[in-house]
Design a protein around this ligand. Sequence first.
Ligand code: BES
Ligand code: ZN
Length: 622
Amino acid sequence: MKLVVQSLLIIGCLILFNCKEEQTSKALSEDTIAYVDEPHSFAKPNEAAITHLDLEISVDFDRSVISGTATYTIDNKNSETLVLDSKFLSIKEAKADGVKTSFKLGEHHEQLGQALGIDIKPTTRTVSITYETTSQTEALQWLSPQQTADKTNPFLFTQGQAILTRTWIPIQDSPQLRITYNAKVKVPPGLMAVMSAENPKERIKDGLYSFNMAQPISPYLMALAVGDFDYKAVSSRTGVYAEPSLLDKVQNEFSDMEKMVAAAEALYGTYAWDQFDVIVLPPSFPFGGMENPRLTFATPTVVAGDKSLTSLIAHELAHSWSGNLVTNATWNDFWLNEGFTVYFEMRIMEALYGKDRANMLALISRQDLEEELEGFKNNPEATMLKLDLEGKNPDDGMNSIAYDKGYLFLRTLEETVGRDRFDNFLKNYFTTHAFKTMTTERFVNYLNEHLLEPNAINFNTNEWIYNSGIPENQSIIRSDKFSAVEGLLETFIKTNAIDAEITQDWTPQEWVHFIRNFPIEMTIEQFAALDNTFNLTNSTNSYIAMVWYEQSVKHNYRGNDIDNTITEFLNRVGRRWYVSTIFKAFKNADRVDEALEIYKKSRSNYHSVTVNTIDAMLGYSE
Ligand code: BES
Ligand code: ZN
């Protein structure tokens, strides 16, 4: 009987609706509600999930400690425990609906930290935790005045991605969670404080700051910076924060921010976060940029003076859609954040500055990919887009494959289906999944249903995502400018002569391409000749300098006092990509002793994520 009824229903459904559509959208809405299992969080959000955070903390620069109370609103599905993630925190007290309750800290796991289980009632709606950070807290970097541009005040910034938010706030630290938040932050009078939230534009004298983040965000996007910095607007909804001595320069460098937001909106829909600001941090910041909602955190190494490295701003802005609006459900799906963002970054750059510039960037990414594939030739599973990071620190497993292979995949897809169709598809993808999370599998389904099948297009999506290496049907990227650079390099290697009239019009990207492609037979004399003519050792463009140092170390070039310059650079700059590229060059050139000599002194200037990478690379232990 049951079967008959069911068949009748199915037939009815076939007649009345397009049944397939119905079933998938039901399946989709079902798994957006259930949280997927994920290897990097102890939380059990299917039992009790946090939905809002009220944070009241004070920032103590004398003790290098943040302390306070975090109060969570919870969506409690009749559970008697709330499980949070906590790492290197000192937990003082827990309350459920305002009444003191017991809690238990689980065993310490090297990467994940501890499960913090709080006893609650099935009816509990709020939980608060009083806590303090410790000297081991990995998200925070406390900087001395000496490590800042203006050298008069200390500085603090946080870095949450991938699983470090739990080291400064007890939280359900999985990217598939979404919370709104309010915060009250007490800082030393005179200093400024900003968060990934609605921010002050002026300092508040007594140092008591209030924040509100009305749009729900993933916990890895919680962020705070405290120091001696001010605000300058670029447009009514964009602007910059920087230390006073840098503020004008930074405002000028990023003067195209509004144009970038407008170009991004024209491509994939309205900017969902109201305000888009950038804070330029001290040079130890471990990333080029971090897409904290409403307020991107950025390294000062992109402030080149000629706007040549601002694709970083396009990249972090693009995350306002890919990442912050549609978020990877787990770190195994990281390519959904970064691959889409690189694709989007290139499209913003093309819209603002044309195809020539975008194609140079695309070819740099293509060469990065080639080098990364070469590095993983004995470890091919690391070159799949969908990762398996179980048992690993996500920070170690997340490499540039997600960025550069992800980009190449999407570019190839665009070329196959045509730009108009692809843009339309992406816009719908972002709109449909706004403020939701996405798994690789759900993306593949969505792609099949909304782009490939309706247009009867065959595409080897699974090969791109689940296999190692690069499929045959890859897009071929060409740049006339880079071909000319390669021609000039060839001539230089043969004749030792270089036409400075040509190089005088080069963009930094052309210089980077020139330097990165030095052949193995390049001589020390040729290094010296280039350095004498172009003073590359003292380049003020951090990207040119970094690749020049890499090549100099590799080829043992030691002219122009370059050893001291490299040492100074590694002491000052903590951007992991730069630092690790140079240390890796030392290692590959069998110069680990020299690397360690430098690292012993520079290490204390770095944030924990850079320290972890370089410790492992150089086999360093304290
Ligand atoms: N979200 C990343 C930074 C990140 C990745 C932090 C993984 C922690 C774990 C950010 O958007 C990024 O990709 N930054 C790049 C710059 C970009 C232009 C490629 C960087 O820092 O170099
Ligand atoms: Zn990114």
